[in-house]
Design a protein around this ligand. Structure first.
Ligand code: SAH
Ligand code: SF4
Length: 343
């Protein structure tokens, strides 16, 4: 059975390929082809002997995903990719071009076990976790396809990254590594529905990436109506973990808040959010609230807030000294915006 190279850390690959690679400098050349030059076939590792290239392709797979669909937004150039895995499951990733930097929004799972009622991924059920390699390959494939350098990574596609902890951590280490992707920690954001225990564990990994908490509500009863059973963690515990992450890592923290009409978008809701952040000492230039206008998903009973109530909500936060941004939906014409990554 061939091994999937991207699933292996450098140490694991070195051990698995020791019968093929005679010298350390050759190993380093291979790693450069894989992670720096991002070449998609062993045949094109041109400074290696034919014999080594053949042996590599007999023993390892370099790519396992294929792009089965590519939709380009006429509005902003966002590209929604549909990938198919070796076991014939499909999932999505999104390329987000911008003037100063290109980012990708990648998936960590196929579907999602959490099942938030406002999210089309949640509505599509859970199939399986993606492996370290499948997480990383999304970025390599998008770079190969667009021929653009990617310098920002958002774990905001399909799935709850902290429910696929080990593979996501291994992928994050590769993204941060000087010898692999080498993307700065300030350009990597992990978004979570609030798995408090895993957020605390993440602190100990010392990766210090940006964290985004999908809070959406300041009241447990209200939150349970959109996130089934709050997925185990009451808001108080989620905020404990967020506060701990912020204090220990000194990284930027984002609180995500979807605005749903007549549900969580009143001035009273805004004041409650402001009070919550104040109580938690999270009114700070490094903490921001992202207000996300609810993107309509098929079959959903929720309605987006009006622009007027979104503005009012934002102003209440601002007056309290909170940095609040209204997130512009990208690629909404091709269902590539947040929460639209369903089938
Ligand atoms: N599971 C993680 C990461 C993926 S979801 C999480 O929930 O944070 C990425 C973001 O998209 C989250 O903030 C999520 O709440 C948001 N989202 C989901 N459905 C949405 C919708 N219909 N409209 C707007 N944002 C949505
Ligand atoms: Fe899963 Fe996040 Fe969608 Fe909730 S919002 S169902 S946690 S992907």
């Amino acid at each position: 059975m061939k091994k999937y190279l991207l699933d292996l850390t450098q140490t694991q690959f070195k051990a698995a390929a020791k019968h093929i690679i005679p010298k350390d400098y050759i190993f380093e050349q291979i790693m450069r082809w894989v992670y720096e030059k991002k070449v998609s076939s062993f045949d094109n590792f041109t400074n290696l002997s034919k014999d080594i290239r053949t042996k590599l392709s007999e023993n390892f797979d370099l790519r396992t995903l294929s792009i089965v669909k590519k939709e380009i937004s006429n509005i902003d150039g966002t590209i929604r990719y549909t990938f198919k895995t070796a076991d014939k499951k499909s999932f999505f990733a999104v390329f987000l071009p911008s003037k100063d930097k290109n980012s990708v929004c990648i998936s960590s799972q196929i579907g999602c076990p959490v099942g938030c009622l406002f999210c089309s991924t949640g509505k599509s059920g859970f199939t399986r976790n993606l492996s370290r390699g499948e997480i990383l390959e999304q970025i390599l494939q998008i770079e190969n396809d667009t021929k653009q350098k990617i310098s920002g990574v958002l774990f905001m596609g399909m799935g709850e990254p902290l429910f696929n902890y080990n593979s996501v951590i291994s992928a994050l280490k590769s993204l941060l590594s000087k010898n692999e992707f080498y993307i700065g920690k300030r350009h990597i954001t992990l978004s979570t529905v609030g798995i408090a225990a895993a957020i605390k564990k993440l602190v100990e990994e010392n990766l210090n990436i940006r964290l985004a908490i999908s809070l959406h509500s300041t009241d447990d009863k209200q939150r349970k109506r959109i996130i089934p059973e709050n997925f185990g963690f009451p808001i108080d515990e989620i905020m404990n973990a967020a506060q701990y992450y912020f204090k220990k890592t000194n990284s930027h923290l984002t609180i995500e808040y979807i605005l749903i009409k007549d549900f969580n978008d009143s001035p009273a809701d805004a004041h409650k959010l402001a009070r919550l952040l104040k109580r938690r000492f999270l009114i700070n230039p490094k903490v921001q609230v992202n207000l996300i206008p609810f993107n309509y998903v098929r079959g959903s009973q929720f309605i987006p807030s009006t622009s007027l109530s979104i503005e009012k909500f934002k102003n209440i936060l601002k007056v309290s000294g909170i940095i609040a941004n209204i997130r512009q939906a990208k690629g909404s014409d091709i269902s590539a915006a947040c929460g639209q990554l369903g089938y």
